[in-house]
Design a protein around this ligand. Structure first.
Ligand SMILES: C[S@@+](CC[C@H](N)C(=O)[O-])C[C@H]1O[C@@H](n2cnc3c(N)ncnc32)[C@H](O)[C@@H]1O
Length: 662
């Protein structure tokens, strides 16, 4: 129980923090606004005075102006005469720009699945022509019915809690008991401990802890008991494990992170010293001097060992930065480490590095490898997409998948450790997402190189797409750099224009947005129809990409069924759905990029002028989207390869959009 004095202390502290925050906020907003200020406009030039003293105007109905010219300095009239009026044609560049829909820029598709079942806001709330009733039927709650913490209030409260605990020595449970702070308990947390107190205890807590801190919430550094290997593993969790993925923190591939694989060195110590270009500083191994060696703790040694296990070819100078030890000391230990590996007899038997691709393979023999279905942890496998929809893959799918990996002859390479859930998870995911569709690239998400002609590639991910011509479009989109483009007024609102020539087959752009399921497509369609513009692109019968809220410049590509110069290809790249726009002909610089949206796009489904969301109708219409029921317009490399929906029990198979449309 809090005493009266404690309550007063807490109240005063909170009040002080709120006041401080308000003062700061006012200042911050002022300076932010000032930074956005534009220079004051220049005064307008004085209007031309015509002879009769009135301001310049059309002198008569004949289309003539009376013009008087004045000397600039004295203001004395020099000439007076008449001039004919003429129409001014404003070039398209200077016409008023069409309304711009704001959109959060993204470089990668974001898996959203379904919007939450509450409406984040009511768009067009002030527009009586928007059928909000039909739209709101799509959601269970309005946003304000759902608790959402105010981050500003949270910060203020956290600061106050920290002052009370660290500065005032108050126990967090006493603070919780007061109920003064605007936090609600997290449903899963201990009811007595509010979410805020939890947050406050974890944030930037100073070490050593303040005296007398005995509460169970006591802060400890995340890796206090862990050695470097555990730290390394935990860091890995934040990065994409997929060797083909170019994104560090990847929303698509997180969720099935395999254990880091030890790497065998491919260079000798001597070669390393030759490859160092410059001396990294005092104590560099290139200029060994007689400096007294520093003390290495067991933890320092382990850190170096851990780094070397995964990166044995690293230069001592780089390792020195990581380990924060003199370079020549690191070099000495690196030498010992490499030496110890040489003597390890079973090294070659355990693993080898595929020199061609630089990827790591286990040494299971592909021809003799037999997966044991019994050893497979039954429904432990879930693709990230599946977990997004709470759909569990069944055990028999898992077994089928493993067996197909085996059949493809790559099982050995993939299943480095068949008893490991992460490996199996990767396999199932890769299999179900990719293998049926594009066998050649199916397994690149699990460290197996694509054999579609790219193997000779140097592995330089920056290499321009032109070097990949005529080969796998998966690789083009994976490694390719799209063409430079500009958004400007097109024939239909804004359009996308190419800023450099493209040749047939070149990757021009990628369509990026949120990956959403059909229910959400349906919900969002109300808005698209009301605006009269849609940014939806259908991938298959379950998934569409919406670039209405999040996307890139490809959302501005307009439709022209006759003069299109690009074609969309729906690809499955490393287990990800991606849409590439590839040139179908030579596209000279400056041309508008056009595709054929497909025959369904402009078909009117409702009486003209009536949007599906108006009039309170709840009838479901086929959403307008590019790629809808298209035939040749979109090259479908993958048909319904996503596994995020379980096959319907009666059909046993998911229906393709084409057959659905038929
Ligand atoms: C993907 S957006 C293209 C960018 C759009 N022009 C803009 O300004 O944001 C698709 C929308 O552009 C318009 N559009 C594109 N091509 C068109 C065409 N050939 N005829 C009429 N409208 C078109 C339609 O409003 C369509 O819903």
């Amino acid at each position: 129980m809090a005493t009266l004095r404690q309550k007063a202390q807490a109240k005063d502290t909170l009040k002080a923090c709120i006041l401080e925050y308000q003062t700061w906020d006012a200042e911050y907003c002022k300076s932010a606004l000032l930074s956005l200020q534009r220079p004051a406009p220049q005064p307008e030039p004085s209007p031309i005075l015509v002879e009769d003293g009135s301001l310049g105007d059309s002198g008569s109905d004949t289309g003539e102006f009376i013009c008087t010219e004045f000397e600039e300095e004295t203001g004395v009239s020099i000439t007076t005469g008449t001039a004919e009026s003429f129409d001014v044609y404003v070039s398209a560049e200077f016409l008023r720009h069409p309304g711009y829909d704001s959109c959060t820029p993204a470089a990668r598709n974001i898996m959203v699945g379904d919007d939450s079942d509450y409406m984040p806001f009511m768009p067009f709330a002030d527009d009586p022509t928007f059928g909000w009733k039909a739209y709101s039927n799509e959601y269970k709650y309005l946003a304000w019915q759902v608790y959402r913490p105010d981050p500003d209030l949270e910060i203020v409260a956290i600061e106050a809690i920290q002052r009370l605990t660290i500065g005032g020595g108050m126990d967090p449970s006493v603070i919780d008991a007061m109920g003064l702070f605007p936090a609600r308990p997290k449903p899963t947390s201990t009811p007595a401990i509010t979410r805020l107190t939890r947050l406050a205890a974890r944030r930037d807590f100073p070490t050593p802890l303040p005296p007398g801190w005995t509460h169970s919430l006591r802060y400890s550094t995340p890796y206090s008991d862990a050695g470097p290997s555990a730290v390394f593993q935990s860091h890995l969790d934040s990065f994409c494990h997929n060797p083909s993925c170019l994104t560090g923190y990847c929303t698509v591939h997180l969720g099935c992170i395999p254990e880091p694989v030890p790497v065998v060195p491919s260079v000798t110590l001597e070669a390393l010293s030759l490859s160092a270009e410059k001396i990294c500083g005092a104590g560099c191994f290139l200029t060994p001097t007689l400096i007294t060696e520093t003390e290495w703790t067991e933890e320092d040694e382990e850190l170096l060992r851990t780094v070397l296990t995964h990166s044995p070819d690293a230069l001592p100078c780089d390792l020195a930065t990581i380990c924060r030890r003199p370079c020549f000391e690191v070099y000495k230990r690196q030498g010992k480490y490499l030496e110890s590996l040489k003597s390890s007899k079973d090294r070659a038997a355990r693993r080898r590095i595929d020199k061609r691709s630089g990827m790591i393979f286990s040494d299971y023999d592909a021809n003799t490898f037999k997966p044991s279905p019994a050893a497979i942890p039954a429904p432990a496998t879930r693709s990230p997409a599946a977990s997004a929809t709470n759909t569990t893959l069944t055990a028999h799918i898992t077994v089928d998948a493993i067996t197909s990996v085996y059949a493809s002859g790559r099982g050995a390479a993939v299943l480095r450790r068949p008893d490991k859930r992460s490996a199996i998870r990767s396999v199932v995911r890769a299999l179900l997402l990719c293998a049926s569709a594009i066998p050649v690239c199916a397994l690149d998400s699990v460290a197996v190189p694509c054999s579609c002609g790219e193997d000779e590639d140097t592995g330089d991910r920056e290499s321009p797409p032109s070097t990949l011509k005529g080969s796998c479009s998966n690789m083009m989109i994976l490694r390719g750099v799209p063409k430079k483009t500009r958004v400007r007024r097109g024939k239909w609102g804004l359009g996308l224009f190419i800023s450099e020539d493209a040749n047939p087959g070149d990757l021009v752009s990628e369509y990026i947005g949120e990956l959403i399921y059909d229910d959400t497509v349906q919900a969002r369609d109300h808005i698209s129809r009301h605006k009269g513009r849609t940014y939806l692109f259908q991938l298959n019968s379950k998934l569409s990409i919406d670039s209405g809220f999040v996307g890139n410049e490809a959302r501005f590509i307009n439709h022209d069924p006759k003069h299109f110069n690009t074609q969309a290809s729906i690809l499955m790249v490393s287990g990800e759905h991606r849409i590439g726009f590839f040139a179908t002909k030579h596209i000279p610089e400056g041309s508008e990029i056009l595709i054929n949206y497909g025959p369904e796009f402009f078909k009117e489904q409702n009486p003209p002028g009536v949007s599906s969301a108006s009039g309170g109708s709840t009838s479901v219409t086929t959403p307008k989207r590019m790629g809808n029921a298209m035939g040749k317009e979109v090259k479908r490399v993958v048909e319904d390869a996503d596994v995020s929906y379980e096959p319907s029990p009666d059909s046993g198979q998911s229906t393709s959009q084409e057959s659905k449309a038929d």
